[in-house]
Design a protein around this ligand. Sequence first.
Ligand SMILES: Cc1cc2nc3c(=O)[nH]c(=O)nc-3n(C[C@H](O)[C@H](O)[C@H](O)COP(=O)(O)OP(=O)(O)OC[C@H]3O[C@@H](n4cnc5c(N)ncnc54)[C@H](O)[C@@H]3O)c2cc1C
Length: 495
Amino acid sequence: MDSTSRSAVIIIGAGVSGISAAKVLAENGCADLLILEASDRIGGRIRKESFGGVSVELGAGWIAGVGGKASNPVWEIASKFGLRTCFSDYSNARNNIYDRSGKIFPSGIAADSYKKAVDSAIQRLRDLESNCAVDIPNGAELPLTPKTPIELAIDFILHDFEMAEVEPISTYVDFGEREFLVADERGYEYLLYKMAEDFLFTSEGKILDNRLKLNKVVRELQHSRNGITVKTEDGCVYEANYVILSASIGVLQSDLICFRPPLPRWKTEAIEKCDVMVYTKIFLKFPYKFWPCGPDKEFFIYAHERRGYYTFWQHMETAYPGSNILVVTITNGESKRVEAQSEAETLKEVMSVLRDMFGPEIPTATDILVPRWWNNRFQRGSYSNYPIISNNQVVNDIKAPVGRIFFTGEHTSERFNGYVHGGYLAGIDTSKALLDEMRKHERKNENTSFLLEPLLALTGSLTLTQPDTVSGVQKCDVPTQLYLSGKLGIPEAIL
Ligand SMILES: Cc1cc2nc3c(=O)[nH]c(=O)nc-3n(C[C@H](O)[C@H](O)[C@H](O)COP(=O)(O)OP(=O)(O)OC[C@H]3O[C@@H](n4cnc5c(N)ncnc54)[C@H](O)[C@@H]3O)c2cc1C
């Protein structure tokens, strides 16, 4: 057990935001830091696993936002370290929509359903914006409610797949509309090891620095004007002048971390207002390929009368030729349902779906991998999703420090929440805000000791207590951002 030690800054969580925050602190002369990570590895929601002879990404898989005017910082790091990626072209998915008898919908029908879904989405947004409760007579449906399997599939892709973002989608506007799938045996997480190498002691690809402590589940943060006491599940106690907390929005909504005194109401209310998206990629290994291949066939859609039922599919032949792996993505309610059942039950369901599309003769998958992001108590979901009708105040309040606790993570990024680059840039922002705070504190200390010096010399016995420039509740000055433009964000790239 560690005896109580005091650090200038404790960073809770070693995902991309925690690592980028620590790196900025170290680069600015604050090397007295400690990273406490609950799991046995760094990376958080960037996580690879060996499956079917290749490395698959259970969490973040794409570098989204490439090819625009500005350069995506994560793309820059990936290029610098030679991460292997493949361009993803979702645009053909609309030509590969299967019905339950295995027939592909003619492109005209797909285009009509797509237009209907877009019109319905725009109508819904207008209703929300004008804040008018739509008066629907008992039992009647909205004229544009999706009903048929193809309408339901397209509606799912538009609203539940990845996230329902509002336009302009900052990632695409700032960094470009291209997306690249990470297909590297070292995993997406390799980038985090390379970032950590800059400020932590590493050897042969392993982090050996004792400022990174794994398997340290933080359960309590006792905070006051003078500092913070951090207690972990294994009974260790750590002291710090400041804490940067990078746990996900799902964790903040759970009771994993107890704050003493409790967080103020404006903070907890903001945390509750942010939705948590659950996004699950199920990997399936087959003895051989039975699906059509080629780049225009990489993504395909299954139209079922149950919305979101194993709808979005991808083959991995572009990323790993000959791997014979399929990936199906489910979200939210379906993710939670599937997480609660056994792999055998899930396999039975996906095989029945695949036999609808490709016939009864296809072989059963030899292996299945179902990540459980919702039930992981260190994640409690996949990423944040701010309600379409939301205002800057919510994200500003989620991001704002409370006394000496600074908040970071993808959910604190006003422009890029939900993305790896959002987490990366949030870590940098938070550390810069903290460094400013520390400098202000230092200057105030210098002034105080300058004023007290003559008095000290006189008494010789006075002890200086550190004045505290951080008020009990303090919010960062966050620039306001136009989050809602009034136009609905349609992931054009997919359909
Ligand atoms: C399935 C899935 C698919 C995704 N796809 C993409 C994609 O294609 N492209 C993209 O850009 N983004 C994608 N994302 C989002 C992206 O992964 C995240 O936005 C980003 O990785 C979040 O980083 P973070 O540092 O904010 O949080 P995290 O990675 O969650 O890091 C927080 C860390 O805190 C630790 N922690 C939590 N509680 C405690 C505690 N009490 N004590 C100590 N440590 C604690 C956690 O273990 C974790 O390591 C995806 C995410 C998921 C789950």
